[in-house]
Design a protein around this ligand. Structure first.
Ligand code: OAA
Ligand code: MG
Length: 220
């Protein structure tokens, strides 16, 4: 839990960003995907991080940049083959995250059976909030995450609807990929994903605990 090193700026550690897809049935259905029986995993790189004050850059190769608001779990203690029963001991805290997705590119990748890297891992595809302490979010499976675009509510979902719980995900992931302090797990998005345009402003939040604001700009 409490680590010797300061993870308050976890995004500067250069560690892994492990994303879970289709962890909310309503979102899997809205994109006409099957509801998974095992977690769907993909990765972003640390260059995907962007912080409030800097713009989200729409890649030059997409015409459909989607927002996905997600709860992030920041790993405080690394491990391999972590048991579900001790998984929460590895959690330093949480972060509000966006999994920005070039949806048209992802659709093409799906059709061709190719990886999602261009759709998911481009620079600025992972806007993140400050670290939120475990004390602040006592029950991470019972909070509301929401996102507005230009003041219109687009996404609002409770983490109680996650298919795979945080301990399950930590255990599952750590059997495949060793977790290290500073890693971030994105736990999937609720329904309501949609496209944003240049100069749109997004505000996302977790209940009234935290909120963050980002503007969309085109990559030059
Ligand atoms: O792109 C997708 O639909 C998968 C995903 O990231 C999510 O469900 O959060
Ligand atoms: Mg996502």
């Amino acid at each position: 839990m409490a680590s010797s090193k300061n993870l308050s700026r976890f995004w500067e550690w250069g560690r892994k960003i492990i994303c879970v897809g289709r962890n909310y049935a309503e979102h899997a259905k809205e994109l006409k995907n099957a509801v998974p029986t095992e977690p769907v995993l993909f990765l972003k790189t640390p260059s995907a991080y962007v912080r409030e004050g800097a713009p989200i850059l729409m890649p030059y190769y997409t015409n459909s940049l989607h927002h996905e608001v997600e709860l992030g779990v920041v790993i405080g203690k690394g491990g391999k083959d972590i048991a579900q029963s001790s998984a929460m001991d590895h959690v330093e805290g949480y972060a509000l995250c966006l999994d920005m997705t070039a949806r048209d590119v992802q659709d093409q990748c799906k059709k061709k059976g190719l990886p999602w890297t261009l759709a998911k891992a481009f620079d600025t595809s992972c806007p993140v909030s400050d670290l939120i302490s475990r004390e602040t979010i006592k029950d991470p499976h019972n909070i509301k995450i929401w996102l507005k675009v230009n003041d219109v509510l687009r996404q609002e979902g409770s983490t109680s609807s996650m298919i795979f719980s945080i301990p399950f995900l930590i255990s599952y992931i750590s059997r495949v990929i060793t977790l290290e302090e500073g890693d971030l797990i994105l736990t999937g998005t609720p329904k309501g994903v949609a496209a944003v345009q240049e100069d749109d402003e997004m505000v996302a939040g977790i209940d009234d605990i935290i909120s963050m604001r980002f503007r969309i700009k085109k990559q030059l």
